[in-house]
Write a protein that binds this ligand. Structure first.
Ligand SMILES: [Zn+2]
Ligand SMILES: [Zn+2]
Length: 266
């Protein structure tokens, strides 16, 4: 059983939906969840408009498109998911949106901290260690809040800041334990995310990096796996990487069907 919990389409910043469906089937997947980026945070509404990333307004159209695309790959189970931008201040708006939209499941991701994006790479060049550590602390505060909110089925790329050269290595045991305890408490499932592996990212590691995986396991937390594919060419190499990881660690991912069931009963 090979499943991918995290992929994008042209309903956010990925390639055309039929191409992504075909590529997922060609890569030998049994199931895939399309989880386009979505934000309901008023602060970035204009930015989303400019870049035509208004999945909060287009998810019903993508739902129709997924139904049409089902004929292309009859063997592939396709889930109607979402990757929500999380910020503590937006929790109430996110809750109402998710309730109304009724996705199969929702990934929650922290991409912004107090309105500041964790990227681009140049962004922390002029800041000292104390400022960088403070950003990382605030990032993990938001991740803990995400898990404690119990709004999401899946926690996306938990140590995303490790991808940033100026922030890498600043994740502490205390951060890991707080996040793992919050996930254990609410049943929020972290993903093993392969989005930064291969030639595209200089990070070339999975999220989370290995000490974090062990902390989750110590807390009895299970995982799902995701390629975070944005392009048809992303699937094969990232799936190989995830397969190798699962074989080495002996981790058995939680089936997506279980995540979806849990979502509808929540
Ligand atoms: Zn993301
Ligand atoms: Zn993503």
């Amino acid at each position: 059983m090979t499943e991918d919990a995290h992929a994008h389409t042209s309903y956010s910043d990925g390639a055309g939906l039929p191409r992504m469906v075909d590529a997922a089937a060609d890569a030998g997947l049994d199931a895939i969840g399309f989880t386009d980026h979505c934000g309901v945070d008023g602060a970035r509404r204009e930015e989303r408009l400019l870049w035509n990333r208004n999945f909060d307004r287009t998810y019903e159209r993508r739902r129709e498109a997924l139904a049409v695309a089902a004929d292309r790959a009859p063997e592939l189970t396709v889930y109607d998911g979402v990757e929500m931008d999380y910020a503590p201040a937006a929790a109430t708006a996110i809750e109402s949106f998710l309730e109304a939209a009724g996705f199969d499941y929702a990934i929650g991701s922290v991409h912004y901290v107090d309105g500041r994006h964790a990227f681009p790479f140049e962004s922390f060049a002029d800041e000292d260690d104390a400022a960088r550590d403070a950003f990382v602390d605030a990032y993990y505060d938001a991740v803990v809040s995400l898990a404690e909110s119990d709004l999401f089925d899946v926690l996306g790329h938990v140590d995303l800041i490790e991808d940033h050269p100026a922030l890498r290595g600043r994740t502490t045991d205390a951060h890991r334990r707080r996040v793992a305890a919050a996930c254990a408490e609410t049943g929020t499932v972290p993903e093993i995310n392969a989005g930064r592996t291969g030639d595209r990212g200089e990070f070339d590691d999975l999220h989370p990096a290995s000490p974090f995986v062990e902390t989750f396991r110590d807390h009895g937390v299970r995982f799902v796996v995701g390629t975070d594919a944005h392009d048809p060419g992303d699937f094969t190499g990232r799936l190989d990487r995830l397969d190798r990881f699962l074989a080495t660690t002996g981790i058995e991912p939680l089936p997506l069907s279980a995540v979806v069931d849990e979502s509808s009963s929540a």
